[in-house]
Design a protein around this ligand. Structure first.
Ligand SMILES: C[S@@+](CC[C@H](N)C(=O)[O-])C[C@H]1O[C@@H](n2cnc3c(N)ncnc32)[C@H](O)[C@@H]1O
Length: 209
């Protein structure tokens, strides 16, 4: 698995102009839709979408939120996202460079909801843990993670899992990292043996699981 952020950025720069024309798998679409649903955004919320790509989540959530911040390592993907926002007249979304472990937010930014879809599996498990610590440190009420994740054995034959560039974690590893970071896991959606959505809410008092 490539561990170089610049390599991932270059790879997605190349596919950016065709990313939205691609035939996304039903599992990708179900996952994306579940993340949007579980984000449960309301009108006062500031939302951060990490690994936003061409803005699938960010743009879908914009009308329900106060503001949405989309961050990605690929300038090519971000350009497409900005173009889609402009074409649709969406003005409360800010797309810019940032990575899971350094989201590049203004110092005083308060984020209420953090979402991510089909992006965190590009990180190693140790990097995912660091990223989840950074996410928890931003103090959101809720973090909704949709991604390639292993409910059972890894199967590289599946279309959304390419071992050369992907490194999906087991659901157990993600659950541990989330709870260690101070979240309570409030929902687990199994879309497929290798795709799921985890809903993590800020744990208070005895709410830890
Ligand atoms: C498969 S796309 C998913 C995009 C979007 N979330 C969606 O649901 O369509 C994965 C995205 O993750 C981004 N990415 C990869 N590594 C990243 C990192 N370390 N930090 C932030 N984004 C990253 C890529 O540039 C790419 O845009």
């Amino acid at each position: 698995m490539t561990d170089d952020v610049a390599e991932h950025a270059a790879r997605f720069d190349e596919k950016a102009s065709e990313y939205d024309d691609g035939d996304h798998s039903p599992e990708y679409r179900d996952c994306r839709d579940l993340v949007i649903e579980h984000a449960a955004v309301d009108g006062d919320d500031v939302v951060l979408d990490l690994g936003t790509g061409t803005g699938a989540l960010a743009l879908a959530l914009a009308s329900a939120a106060d503001r949405v911040i989309g961050r990605d390592v690929s300038e090519g993907m971000l350009e497409q996202a900005r173009k889609k926002a402009a074409d649709d007249g969406i003005e409360n979304v800010d797309f810019g460079r940032g990575r899971f472990r350094e989201p590049n937010l203004p110092d005083d930014e308060d984020v209420d909801v953090i979402v991510s879809n089909f992006a965190m599996h590009h990180l190693s498990d140790a990097e995912k843990r660091d990223a989840i610590d950074v996410i928890a440190g931003l103090g959101p009420d809720r973090f909704v993670l949709g991604d390639v994740m292993l409910f059972g054995e890894a199967d590289p034959e599946e279309p959304f899992y390419s071992p050369a560039v992907d490194d999906p974690a087991t659901v157990g590893v993600l659950a541990d990292a989330l709870t260690d970071a101070g979240f309570a896991l409030t929902a687990v959606e199994r879309v497929h043996e290798q795709v799921g959505v985890l809903v993590a809410e800020r744990a208070t008092g005895d709410d830890h699981v």
